[in-house]
Design a protein around this ligand. Structure first.
Ligand SMILES: Cc1cc2nc3c(=O)[nH]c(=O)nc-3n(C[C@H](O)[C@H](O)[C@H](O)COP(=O)(O)OP(=O)(O)OC[C@H]3O[C@@H](n4cnc5c(N)ncnc54)[C@H](O)[C@@H]3O)c2cc1C
Length: 218
């Protein structure tokens, strides 16, 4: 498949960044158990944290092939940073762009693209992963908003992200069609990191368990 000029340009930029700004330090970061946050901000500075997002929200406005080419380059240098980039780009930013309100896009999408916020996706639970419809985290209407209650596991950046996209059951009778995704800053007082997993590798990101008792306004 011939690549477009834009796709080639984005791959070249990601490759240069990965070779010069990630690979020489990856082993040290792996041993230290994390990369400096400003590395992600510099990745955002060259458009890697919102590759497919509309430039109106600070994204690069490229297509998914360009995103995959960029992420391959980062992954070749460091698997942990790749995972942070992946969670931030898609699903978090991509789902917000597709389904978010104007307010959510202005407040959250712009910050995800600029590197001010890092996003995480919270689907997996201690008892279920692949079988996403079996999640038990649920959200119920309360005082004109929602109360979300549940326990999430294996969350990439669960302890370091500023923004959490959380998948919860809102209508148990509707099965997998009764599942809704919520978005909240992790500064929400109902969000509590229970523990950071101790990993053998893949240590330039954190993988965390978290408890939710979050209140959302409508
Ligand atoms: C480093 C790391 C980072 C992660 N980051 C995130 C994150 O950011 N957010 C998040 O929500 N989750 C995250 N996860 C969780 C990950 O998505 C789950 O581990 C994954 O969905 C698998 O779920 P599971 O571990 O419960 O395994 P299971 O679902 O129990 O699967 C175990 C095995 O059974 C196989 N299997 C399962 N169902 C079937 C079936 N129907 N037919 C045939 N084979 C089947 C699977 O392929 C697998 O080999 C992360 C996990 C890791 C290890």
């Amino acid at each position: 498949m011939p690549l477009t000029d834009t796709q080639r340009h984005i791959r070249a930029a990601a490759r240069a960044f990965a070779e010069h700004e990630i690979a020489p330090f990856a082993q040290d970061w792996e041993q230290a158990g994390g990369a400096p946050r400003e590395v992600l901000q510099r990745m955002a500075g060259i458009g890697l944290m919102g590759v497919c997002i509309d430039p109106a929200y600070g994204g690069t406005g490229a297509d998914f092939v360009a995103y995959v080419l960029a992420i391959e380059e980062v992954a070749a240098a460091d698997g942990g940073l790749f995972n942070l980039m992946a969670a931030n780009n898609s699903p978090v930013a991509a789902a917000l762009q597709q389904h978010g309100s104007d307010w959510q896009k202005q407040h959250y999408l712009t910050r995800l693209c600029s590197g001010e916020y890092l996003g995480c996706i919270q689907l997996t639970e201690p008892h279920t992963g692949s079988d996403a419809a079996a999640i038990r985290t649920h959200a119920t209407r309360r005082d004109g908003g929602w109360l979300l209650n549940g326990h999430k596991a294996f969350i990439t950046a669960g302890a370091t992200a500023e923004l959490a996209m959380i998948v919860a059951v809102t209508d148990p009778a509707a099965g997998k069609r009764g599942i809704t995704t919520f978005i909240t800053p992790t500064a929400n007082p109902g969000y509590k990191v229970l523990r950071k997993e101790r990993k053998l590798g893949h240590r330039t990101n954190d993988t965390a368990q978290a408890r939710h008792l979050d209140k959302f306004d409508e």
